[in-house]
Write a protein that binds this ligand. Structure first.
Ligand code: A2P
Length: 411
């Protein structure tokens, strides 16, 4: 009997070559050449870590194959599109006398990964607006014009974070709060190939950075060092941070169908972020601020935002001017001379009773965006504050994920 495997593949027609899957794969099963991203069936452990971060869904491609006939890398590298599903019940395809067996465990795990993956990919809130995705690809990018590039950090700050406004003129580029777009930096990489797509969260609401103008904004930190603190020049971030008013930018996307905000009256937002992870929170907050200014009654909003110093906290000025009855703001600074180091999870613990009150409400939607390390700290804080306030986070978390009420995007 031949064992039938569910072979993990990447759809070359949809893939934007952003490298996210290759960076995510813990066993180096994913690789690429100048043409395609491919999965090594011999190495892939079906952990599904790569599924939720993929912006286009190209990674979520599967074919049932006899285990000894899995598509080799050399063949995948030549594809322009995925081969069809082979008919496994046809003896000629499987081999005379063989029986097809789809591993039930795999099917179950794939279903689980697509609704509640490692990073906590959840369905969107039930009242989210329908997002447009994949309107522009690497072969037909939208061309935007830079209409502003403003430094958000102070001159003495250790990082350069910028608010960049892109104008789409007459091109249709609809986005929702929480979605991402891809930027194609010009030039070639060290191998003489075009740079892969860089993804950025949109920082403006759906009706534009300026309402009724066809524009959007991004929050971009100039990358000057790698994860080990060694000097390194981020291709996408330096390209964006150096843009001047009037420059043209190739944009692909939009992407994202999960990290979206609820639209129904009475829904509460609990937002937790660090650094440029504030971009989607700014988009959601600004969407709600415009409604608030127009006199609409809204649910509660609570924000936990971490940065090194006030001078490094993007949008510090505008945020601190928001009315208290509009948003419950909690800012954590980690490097203010003479003050103790504080992270967002410390403030979550301090405000435990109020956070738990929000978590008890079925209308509360939680958004977490920023440094990967924060995720663990926040989960621990949720566990502790739930325990202290009569909730069980280990039971609530999967429930909220399944209901589209817990959204995590960390990097
Ligand atoms: P730190 O001073 O320890 O780096 P960055 O400026 O690098 O984007 O970071 C934004 C904020 O997130 C900083 O205050 C940083 O503190 C903080 N931070 C770093 N690691 C964690 C973590 N594991 N959990 C929560 N916050 C963190």
């Amino acid at each position: 009997m031949t064992t039938i495997m569910r072979q993990h593949l990447i759809d070359p027609e949809i893939c934007i070559r952003c490298n996210t899957c290759e960076e995510t794969c813990p066993v180096d099963a994913i690789s690429h050449d100048s043409r395609n991203y491919v999965v090594d069936a011999a190495k892939c452990k079906l952990c599904y870590n790569c599924i939720s971060p993929c912006p286009t869904g190209a990674i979520d491609s599967w074919r049932n194959m006899p285990a000894d006939k899995a598509y080799p890398l050399a063949e995948q590298l030549l594809w322009d599109n995925l081969p069809g599903q082979i008919a496994l019940d046809a003896p000629a395809e499987v081999g005379a006398g063989d029986t097809a067996t789809v591993l039930p465990d795999d099917v179950e795990r794939i279903a689980a990964a697509s609704t509640a993956g490692q990073g906590g990919t959840a369905p969107p809130p039930w009242s989210a607006a329908h997002p447009y995705v994949n309107l522009y690809g690497i072969h037909n990018p939208a061309v935007a014009t830079v209409s502003g590039n403003f430094q958000l950090t102070t001159e003495d700050a250790s990082s350069d974070i910028r608010h960049i406004v892109l104008d789409f003129s007459n091109a249709s580029f609809p986005v929702l709060e929480g979605q991402t777009i891809g930027i194609l930096a010009p030039g070639l990489d060290l191998n003489g190939k075009p740079h892969h797509v860089r993804l950025y969260s949109v920082a403006s609401p759906r009706d534009g950075e300026r309402p009724k103008y066809n524009n959007l904004s991004l929050t971009v930190k100039r990358v000057t060092e790698d994860h080990d603190g060694m000097p390194a020049r981020g291709i996408g971030s330096n390209y964006l941070c150096d843009l001047k008013k009037g420059d043209k930018v190739n944009v692909v996307g939009p992407y994202g169908t999960s990290f979206l905000m609820p639209n129904h009256p009475g829904s509460n937002l609990l937002m937790i972020c660090t650094g440029t992870g504030s971009a989607p929170m700014r988009a959601m907050t600004e969407r709600r601020r415009r409604k608030f200014s127009a006199g609409e009654t809204l649910g509660k909003q609570m924000l936990f935002f971490g940065a090194r110093t006030p001078g490094e906290l993007p949008y510090f000025g505008p945020l601190t001017k928001l009315p208290k009855e509009f948003i419950d703001m909690n800012l954590a600074f980690s490097r203010v001379p003479g003050e103790p180091k504080r992270y967002v999870q410390d403030l979550l613990r301090e405000r435990g009773a109020d956070v738990a009150r929000l978590l008890k409400d079925d209308n509360t939607y939680v958004y977490l965006c920023g440094l990967k390390g924060m995720e663990k700290g926040v989960e621990e804080a949720f566990t502790a504050l739930c325990q202290a306030n009569g909730l069980d986070w280990s039971a609530l978390r999967p429930q909220m994920l399944q209901q589209g009420r817990y959204h995590v995007e960390t990097y």
